[in-house]
Unconditional design. Structure first.
Length: 195
């Protein structure tokens, strides 16, 4: 591995980023267009989301099964192999029956939001003397409410909820990328002779 491919924790110079502002704007436009496409057919976006998760699970299963044969001398062969097989079955179900997989993922998303919201609300409440504690607590309460709405609407919301989440995510990523690119372009160039 050469020195240029290593991760450098120092901030990237603004001049380097500034010269790439157009790529950030182009990426943002592409993401917004994909988000609008997903909004146009949330059912298809849900199926695409489920198939993506299924593909990642199958790849993970293959890697776990390979790992099982690599570590069989450790005594954990059976557990690695079983974990890989179960993961592979879940991935195959996502491809065989995307609607069933979407139902399971939607329910998992609902309970994850509720749990995450509770943690954030409690953390916000415990930070009460600190300025801004109310924002953290409010964020947690809103996340809890969203999780409850998702859970109460289940399984009817299964066919569109993941697609809506994907569409919103793509759209906001795109908007923020465009805003970042425009802000980079507006950043004044630094004269290197003055440094």
């Amino acid at each position: 591995m050469n020195a240029s491919s290593r991760f450098d924790p120092r901030p990237m110079p603004v001049a380097t980023l500034r010269s790439e502002w157009g790529w950030f704007v182009a990426l943002g436009i592409a993401l917004v267009l994909l988000g609008m496409l997903a909004f146009g057919n949330v059912f298809a976006a849900t199926v695409v989301s489920v198939l993506y998760v299924g593909a990642m699970m199958i790849i993970g299963a293959i890697l776990q099964i390979i790992q099982a044969f690599r570590v069989k001398s450790w005594g954990g062969f059976f557990f690695w192999l079983l974990g890989g097989i179960i993961y592979g079955i879940a991935g195959a179900i996502a491809f065989y029956n995307p609607v069933l997989a979407a139902a399971a993922l939607t329910l998992i998303l609902a309970f994850t939001l509720i749990a995450s919201g509770i943690v954030r609300a409690v953390l916000g409440f415990r930070l009460r003397p600190q300025q801004g504690w109310g924002w953290m607590m409010t964020s947690g309460v809103i996340t809890i409410i969203a999780g409850i709405i998702f859970a109460v609407g289940w399984p009817a919301n299964t066919l569109f909820l993941l697609g809506i989440v994907l569409a919103i995510d793509l759209t906001f990523q795109g908007i923020f990328s465009i805003a970042f690119g425009v802000a980079l372009k507006a950043t004044p160039a630094v004269d290197s002779r003055r440094l």
